[in-house]
Design a binder for this molecule. Structure first.
Ligand SMILES: Nc1nc2c(ncn2[C@@H]2O[C@H](COP(=O)(O)OP(=O)(O)O)[C@@H](O)[C@H]2O)c(=O)[nH]1
Ligand SMILES: [Mg+2]
Length: 242
């Protein structure tokens, strides 16, 4: 995170991580489509001819609260292919929060696990710890046949502390929910570390609801946060939302 007290501006870095072709770029495209033009910058995406992300994607989003505080969210994706390890390492540097986009197809189970280990190692290489990183997990491609069952994912989710979301990113389903969960968790972590709410006189709940509405969601924050199918519900319980 970068803080500019003079300009009352915060810049937060969010990273969409996961195996190749799990739907990271598709999540950003759906967010970009959903976002009010006043909030969204240009989605920068660099792809090779086979539709795969070569470097990374970047979606800049900017929101201003009523007190004049600007919050800039830089949302990145990493390229999933094994050969792009060094790019992934660069992109996770300085991340404030991570959304791990898993592919729900049974055949991709090992690919998800490998990518998760890779995330852990790349964070470590940058002096960060996965266990201290605000993290949400999305199981994408729920529309495909041969996906892991809802029950199986709920069981997995119950074992970890990370909020888990189900999504069909191509149809925009679960995309805003995942993003708001990530933003909420990331903000809570940054606030605990830097006391942002007090320093800026900032109302996080009002702000995150404003972000959700600029992303086209009419739902209240507790409702949005409640869409996760497991994980750290204690962090995400409505009364924990300030
Ligand atoms: N059926 C289905 N296809 C998806 C979904 N999300 C992404 N895809 C497709 O999966 C492929 C890879 O998606 P992309 O976002 O480029 O993956 P990335 O490598 O993680 O950035 C593309 O052909 C997408 O259209 C989904 O929810 N359902
Ligand atoms: Mg991509």
């Amino acid at each position: 995170m970068q803080i500019d007290f003079g300009a009352r501006e915060l810049t937060i870095k969010l990273v969409y991580y996961g195996p190749a072709l799990s739907g990271k770029t598709t999540n950003l495209q759906a967010l970009h489509r959903a976002a009010d033009p006043s909030a969204a910058g240009r989605l920068m995406t660099l792809e090779t001819r086979d539709d795969r992300t070569l470097f990374f994607d970047l979606l800049p989003l900017t929101f201003r609260d009523k007190m004049g505080l600007s919050v800039r969210l830089k949302v990145f994706t990493v390229p999933g292919q094994v050969i792009h390890a060094s790019t992934r390492r660069l992109v996770v540097q300085g991340a404030d929060g991570v959304a791990f986009i898993a592919d729900s197809q049974v055949a991709e189970t090992q690919g998800n696990a490998d990518s998760f280990m890779d995330l852990k190692e790349n964070l470590k290489a940058s002096g960060m710890q996965l266990s201290r990183m605000p993290l949400v997990i999305q199981f994408n491609k729920r529309d495909l046949p041969s996906v892991r069952s809802d029950d199986e994912i709920a069981t997995l989710a119950a074992q970890g502390r990370e909020p888990v979301y189900l999504a069909v990113a191509t149809q925009g389903e679960g995309v805003v929910e995942t993003f708001i969960g990530l933003l909420h968790l990331t903000w809570s972590g940054l606030d605990a570390e830097h006391d942002l709410t007090r320093k800026f006189g900032f109302d996080a709940r009002v702000f995150i609801e404003e972000v959700a509405s600029k992303l086209g969601s009419q739902r209240s924050l507790p409702e949005l946060l409640g869409t996760c199918v497991g994980g750290a519900l204690d962090v995400l319980k409505p009364e924990a939302v300030r």
